[in-house]
Design a protein around this ligand. Structure first.
Ligand code: GLA
Length: 727
């Protein structure tokens, strides 16, 4: 049993293979957090201490006991109003206009299997693989009832958290803040690791010591954003890739979020992750429920590599769905950087012919095939095929391409509308805009109000009408601006719109998957502006960044790897000089870097020389050989590209018998020194043959002493070394 409840001391214990999570219902019915960390036995209640602290209030029922204060005690779901002055997880405006809530334990249930969340993505697992703990809390005055949900996947060291709020009272409530997970630490010194960025330079790694005060990351853009990823790590100061304690919190949600870490007056640390409370005021009529999106938690005492592997496994096996979940994805060529808006049906067909020649398996026709869309100033919202541009129907084009033996995929951006479109002319009120104000434009487009069902229904109808025109096996779902002007004509409660928008998005995606179960959907938001575990529930891969420069990608993919598996990372080889940076880079290096994701090309294959075409054939053959390892193997970061001359990483089979090491020299100098890289996770007593050189090495030596990389002149040399155990 992963979840146990002891009636004697009212302690809940959740065990996974290597971790323990413990909490307690105290004498007043408060739910106190006790411990989360390496697996331990027995009760950790002794960790709680009680002292009379000035200016720390005491609950009324504690009587004259001035040593009991919610402001000092570790809690599971702190709410505003019961004496806790730290950042809280929950705040409610009651029907009488007061803001106060005092949640007390009313009961619990332990169930087999993993809970799901209505309308939201969530970790899923078989009945035997997971358990669920539901703890019922209630505010006796307002009738606000909260069910705290804990999902446990013991085999993968994952605990999930969420909350369902029900209004069991008689008046209308407004939820002002609902965070999904709170982790209270009574002691310990930690660093906070977050992933910040911007368009075309996402998920840069930042590690900073947690001090007094609050540190906040988040998004108010309606998407999870390029600027901060909704994933954060708390690690002890000494924790490295291979040693030490670390906690990860990853939000399974694709809209506004807030992650907060605060050090309290007695040095206790509180970490919260969940919905952003800005522009959020969710109405709850009597009898209604609100579902907080899920947070994935994992802990390890074996360093950051292991922490990432826990998240990778969880996302690969328990978030991603569909027929491509564990299948190697087709190698594709995307038309965007090949020709942007400047294509015809014939030029797309030609690209498919070149694809055939080099062994690419799928052609993706990107932006520009619909409505009147020959630049990014119009056409969005009119999802009908521009047959003039395509020199015929879409169905004919797909058939011609399929006849070559090439699959076909297409780009869409369903959440958007251009003012210059038929849809906008018909339904101007469907775009988010505040009455009497001009909306903010971005990329010269507006956002459709996806919080309204009739809007989602109409775009869904249009997109299905396109997908039904032929054998479309892949869809790139793009989203190219941030939300502003939050106003929906459909409601008086504007504080619900941003959340309902995301529910509308999920509803659309879910309906697509039900109707086209074999369709592979790749998420995208100007590259990696919505790269989160929520989207991965619907789209097993996401275009990682609009930046295809392999040198920048080393850093972007490094940051991404902390929270997300390579199987989720869209990565393509593009032309040089690179369109975003102007940098030159050997073709081999571009391919080695793109092979740490769902491999593909994004260039005009027709412009390549015969030698380059030959090289691509070899790259694709290599990719096919390594793809299962890349997609399902354990991922190790071998160096930090922000600090090291070489960027190196490794994929290891779960049984430790096969490894693929990739390395790119980021610098070259005169009389260059030798860089050694140390492999990880190999079997100590085994020998491995490197497949290209044929040389045999001892596993322990490769890990302890490392492997010298060659010193060769030329910029950005790349190496791919494949090791297999010698039997
Ligand atoms: C976004 C995407 C690109 C491309 C363009 C098309 O920027 O990230 O890959 O699809 O839109 O307009």
């Amino acid at each position: 049993m992963a979840i146990r409840y002891s009636d004697t001391d009212k302690i809940f214990t959740i065990d996974t293979e290597h971790t323990t999570y413990q909490m307690k219902v105290d004498a007043y019915g408060f739910l106190l957090h006790l411990y989360y960390g390496r697996r331990v036995n027995g009760s950790t209640e002794y960790l709680l201490t009680y002292y009379d602290r000035g200016f720390s209030g005491n609950p009324y029922d504690a009587g004259e006991n001035r040593t009991y204060s919610m402001s000092e005690l570790p809690q599971e779901f702190p709410s505003l109003g019961n004496g806790d002055y730290r950042n809280v997880a929950f705040a409610v405006e009651n029907a009488d206009g007061t803001v106060s809530c005092d949640l007390r334990y009313r009961g619990h249930e332990i169930k087999d299997g993993k809970y799901g969340l209505k309308g939201l993505p969530a970790v899923y697992a078989g009945e035997q693989e997971a358990q669920t703990l539901e703890i019922y809390m209630e505010d006796a005055v307002s009738g606000a009832c909260v069910t705290l949900l804990y999902g446990v996947l013991p085999g993968v060291d994952i605990i999930t958290r969420s909350a369902v709020v029900k209004n069991a009272g008689e008046g209308k409530l407004y939820l002002e803040r609902v965070q999904s997970a709170c982790l209270d630490f009574l002691c310990g010194e930690y660093d906070l690791i977050t992933f910040y960025g911007r368009h075309a330079m996402e998920r840069n790694f930042q590690r900073a010591k947690i001090g007094h005060g609050s540190y906040v990351i988040g998004s108010r853009r309606g998407t999870s954003s390029h600027q901060y990823n909704p994933m954060m790590i708390l690690a002890e100061h000494e924790t490295t890739e291979d040693f030490g304690s670390a906690y990860a919190m990853s939000f399974v949600y694709s809209g506004n979020f807030k992650g907060e870490v605060q050090m309290g007056q007695f040095n206790q640390i509180r970490a919260l992750l969940g919905l952003n409370d800005e522009m959020f005021r969710y109405p709850l009529a009597p009898g209604e429920c609100f579902y907080a999106p899920e947070v994935i938690l994992t802990y390890t005492d074996r360093g950051l590599n292991r922490l990432s592997q826990n998240l990778h496994r969880c996302i690969r096996r328990h978030i991603c769905r569909g027929s491509y979940k564990e299948t190697v994805r087709p190698v594709l060529v995307n038309s965007w950087e090949a020709s942007y808006f400047d294509f015809t049906g014939d030029s797309i067909y030609e690209l498919a012919c070149h694809a055939k020649e080099v062994g690419v398996e799928m052609l993706v026709m990107d932006d520009g095939w619909f409505g009147t869309r020959n630049d990014d100033n119009g056409g969005l919202g009119d999802w009908y095929v521009n047959e003039e541009k395509l020199n015929g129907t879409l169905g004919e084009l797909i058939r011609r391409i399929n006849d070559l033996g090439i699959k076909f995929g297409i780009w869409v951006e369903p959440e958007m509308v251009s003012e210059d479109s038929e849809l906008y002319r018909r339904h101007p009120d469907w775009a988010l805009a505040i009455p009497n104000r001009h909306p903010v434009r971005s990329r010269n487009q507006l956002v459709l109000d996806f919080s309204r069902k009739e809007v989602v229904d109409e775009v869904f109808r249009q997109i299905c009408a396109v997908l039904d025109q032929g054998n479309i096996e892949y869809l790139k779902w793009d989203m190219n601006r941030s939300l502003m002007d939050i106003y929906s004509a459909a409601t008086k409660d504007q504080g619900r719109v941003m959340y309902d928008y995301v529910l509308g998005l999920y509803d659309f995606l879910e309906r697509l998957l039900q109707r086209y179960p074999k369709l592979l959907i790749e998420g995208c938001s100007g590259g990696g502006g919505r790269f989160d575990a929520g989207m991965l529930y619907y789209t097993p891969q996401i275009w990682c960044s609009d930046n295809t420069d392999a040198a920048d990608r080393l850093k972007i993919q490094y940051g991404t790897s902390f929270g997300y598996p390579s199987s989720a990372v869209g990565a393509h080889v593009s032309a040089v000089p690179n369109h975003q940076t102007g940098r030159n880079m050997p073709m081999r290096t571009r391919a080695v870097v793109a092979m740490s994701g769902t491999f593909g090309y994004e260039l005009d294959l027709g412009k390549l020389t015969d030698e380059e075409k030959q090289e691509i054939k070899e790259q694709i053959a290599r990719y096919h050989k390594y793809a299962p390892l890349i997609q399902n193997g354990l991922y190790y970061r071998l160096t930090n590209p922000f600090e090291s001359e070489v960027c190196a990483w490794e994929y290891l089979s779960e049984d430790g018998r096969e490894a693929l090491v990739s390395a790119v020299m980021q610098e070259i100098h005169g009389n260059m020194n030798v860089n050694y890289i140390k492999l990880k996770g190999l079997r100590d007593d085994a020998y491995y043959r490197e497949q290209t050189s044929g040389r045999v090495y001892a596993g322990a030596a490769l890990m302890e002493a490392g492997l010298p990389l060659p010193v060769e002149t030329g910029e950005y040399r790349a190496y791919q070394l494949h090791f297999a155990e010698v039997s």
